[in-house]
Design a binder for this molecule. Structure first.
Ligand SMILES: Nc1ncnc2c1ncn2[C@@H]1O[C@H](COP(=O)(O)OP(=O)(O)OP(=O)(O)O)[C@@H](O)[C@H]1O
Ligand SMILES: [Mg+2]
Length: 118
């Protein structure tokens, strides 16, 4: 049975171009990118409107979803950390999941065959 893994990276928008380049360099073939809003352990920011503190719980972020077979998941995680870590709060979070199955619609290929280029 193929071991297929999904890595979700949720981070600031600022380093996205650099991250995309770094992921391409390690052989990541496909990804899904979504603009999202979210918050982490600080539960958002406090903004001031006319001097009045207003809690803004959800900040705009970018979510990159990557499903890998050949590229080791550790490499994806290391690459993302290398590009994204500034040491400041809000550098982002990485979630790793097991994937049950992948099917390539055009060919019906499944698992590993669905993720590599024929
Ligand atoms: N527990 C969680 N569940 C779902 N999404 C989360 C969770 N924690 C963070 N996220 C998502 O990740 C984004 C980035 O989180 P963030 O970098 O602020 O994490 P953090 O744990 O607060 O770390 P830091 O202390 O560096 O800010 C959030 O905006 C949110 O979209
Ligand atoms: Mg945070």
């Amino acid at each position: 049975m193929d071991k297929i893994t999904k890595v979700d990276i949720i981070t600031r928008k600022t380093n996205f171009e650099e991250l995309k380049t770094a992921l391409a360099e390690i052989g990541v073939m496909g990804m899904t990118v979504t603009q999202v809003v979210g918050c982490g352990t600080q539960q958002g920011d406090i903004k001031y409107y006319r001097g009045v503190p207003m809690e803004v719980k959800l900040l705009p972020k970018i979510k990159i979803e990557i499903v890998v077979y050949e590229v080791p998941v550790e490499k994806v995680v290391e690459t993302a950390i290398k590009v994204l870590r500034t040491g400041e709060i809000g550098d982002g979070k990485i979630f790793v999941y097991d994937v049950q199955q992948v099917i390539k619609v055009r060919t019906g290929a499944t698992g590993r065959e669905a993720l590599i280029n024929e």
